[in-house]
Design a protein around this ligand. Structure first.
Ligand code: ZN
Length: 285
């Protein structure tokens, strides 16, 4: 079991409210790099066993966490992966995982502000699988072995940019700077009673707008890893946003506004708290 976090752009383990800088723990400078730490996730279990509060680097409550993987090399995101969300968008059931990218520069930490690009910016709480090993054509049966753990993400989406034309522009509409809050920790799979059945939810200024269990996904995380790795080589630290359940703003006719706070949560993983602030609009050509 472990919780891998990012403090001051350095990988650390979290346990019982304290954090432990991984370079300090291991004596090796390379461990400070979150991409290195996540690629050695098998070793994190043993390091976590031997943590003593006396050796802690500090208290988690005293620091602002960054995204556990602040600059992943690849970020995959899946559209329409919960039955009830397919229903609320009046779409057809997808024949295969509908995949787009969130460009990695949109990833921010669990308490980052979100800069609104306009009047039609929406929320999508999502469980995020974090790849831990190079994966190429792995079977669904073996797929969990390539996942370092689960974290939580918000797939913030500008619906105007997303639907500006045909084909739609999912990747751009979901990649404005700050549109990918992630965290607060990468939680090892053995921490969960069942990593395929994790509760997640989302609240806007205290009002619950989404709640579901990841077992309701159309394509499970092992299915996504198997499918994606049959096409793309997956790399340690890659993020797979696994799709959002129902309750998004587009289906409610309501969008994010300046000053609001979006709180997203998942069982064991923890919460993201993101305040909405003014951003800059898209250039009109
Ligand atoms: Zn999404």
């Amino acid at each position: 079991m472990f919780r891998l976090i990012n403090v001051n752009n350095r990988a650390a383990l979290e346990k019982d409210g304290y954090y432990y800088d991984l370079e300090a723990l291991s004596g090796a400078a390379v461990w400070a790099d979150p991409l290195v730490a996540v690629s050695r996730f098998d070793e994190l279990h043993a390091l976590n066993e031997n943590l003593e509060p006396a050796a802690a680097t500090g208290k988690v409550s005293d620091v602002e966490l960054g995204a556990p993987i602040p600059l992943p090399r690849q970020v995959f995101a899946i559209g329409l992966n919960y039955h009830d969300h397919v229903g609320e968008t009046n779409a057809q059931l997808p024949p295969a995982p509908l995949t787009f990218t969130k460009y990695p520069s949109c990833i921010v930490g669990p308490t980052s502000n979100v800069e609104l690009s306009g009047e039609f910016v929406d929320w999508e709480v999502e469980l995020v699988a974090v790849v831990g090993k190079i994966a190429r054509s792995v079977s669904q049966h073996d797929a969990w072995q390539y996942v370092a753990g689960l974290t939580l993400g918000q797939d913030i989406s500008d619906r105007v940019v997303q639907r500006v034309g045909v084909p739609p522009q999912f990747s751009l509409g979901k990649s404005f700077s700050t549109f990918g809050p992630c965290g607060p920790a990468i939680v090892s799979l053995d921490s969960f009673a069942d990593p395929s059945d994790v509760e997640l939810w989302c609240e806007l200024d205290g009002e619950q707008v989404q709640r579901a269990r990841s077992s309701q996904m159309i394509f499970s995380i092992p299915a996504l890893v198997a499918y994606l790795s049959s096409i793309v080589t997956l790399l340690p630290g890659d993020l797979i946003f696994s799709g959002t359940p129902s309750g998004v703003g587009a289906a409610r006719g309501r969008y994010l506004r300046e000053g609001e706070t979006l709180t997203s949560g998942a069982e064991l993983i923890g919460t993201l708290r993101n305040r909405m602030v003014a951003g800059s609009p898209v250039l009109e050509l």
